[in-house]
Design a binder for this molecule. Sequence first.
Ligand code: HEM
Length: 223
Amino acid sequence: MAGQETMTYTLRVFILAILHNPAVAKAAQAQLDSICGSHAPSFEDREQLPYIEALIKETMRWRPVAPIGVPHLASEDIEVQGFLVPKGTLFIDNIWSQSRDPALYPNPDQFDPARFLDATGCLASPIPDAHQLGFGRGRRICPGRDFAINGIFIAAASLLWAFDFEWAVDVTGNPVMCGTLEMEDHSVLATVRPFEMKVKPRREGLDEKLLELLRERDANLSV
Ligand code: HEM
């Protein structure tokens, strides 16, 4: 599973979430515009973009792409909180259920990045053992988690800075939507199914700049 699918699937969930929650996209874009203005977001802006951090945390909580983690097997008898766990026991880390614990996440089905922010809009103190929930736990916790979060941060910030996202429309002009629980399985991974959308540049000259980058990429690939 490692990095490629997990990150792609998380970004797919992120886009579905903002399509269903345009007010969240607007709030994120307002913060990006005020901090980054006309330059594309960079890691140097990160500390001043708590809403984007919260948006990523909420994406990973709302639809964790590894909802049952990776199963583990006890290689010997062990004791956990006073219980004997015999050798051969299969452990399933139910990340899906933990990430919708209403005691930690009120209205867990609602997509709400603000649950990770305090009253001043800064990141709230971490809920114990919960913010990194999607990456598993203990000695086998995902070693790619910092790489993943950094990559998702810069991708999500850049996409929202550069584009508005809307549902695609059919020939009669009706939106072609994908429901928030239209999921598909990929072994231990799960994500929302592929869906169509419209992407509109928010920056002057961006279409031309993107075409230029694509031409450069194609030229490099053909060398
Ligand atoms: C959103 C992105 C990602 C998610 C949600 C994710 C999630 C997970 C989860 C739940 C596990 C199992 C942890 C456990 O056994 O308790 C895992 C293991 C692992 N992940 Fe990730 N991961 C992501 C990205 C990455 C990336 C980018 C890399 C590498 C660059 C990576 C490399 C690995 C490896 C090597 C393991 C196996 C660790 C072991 O068994 O000791 N992951 N990941």
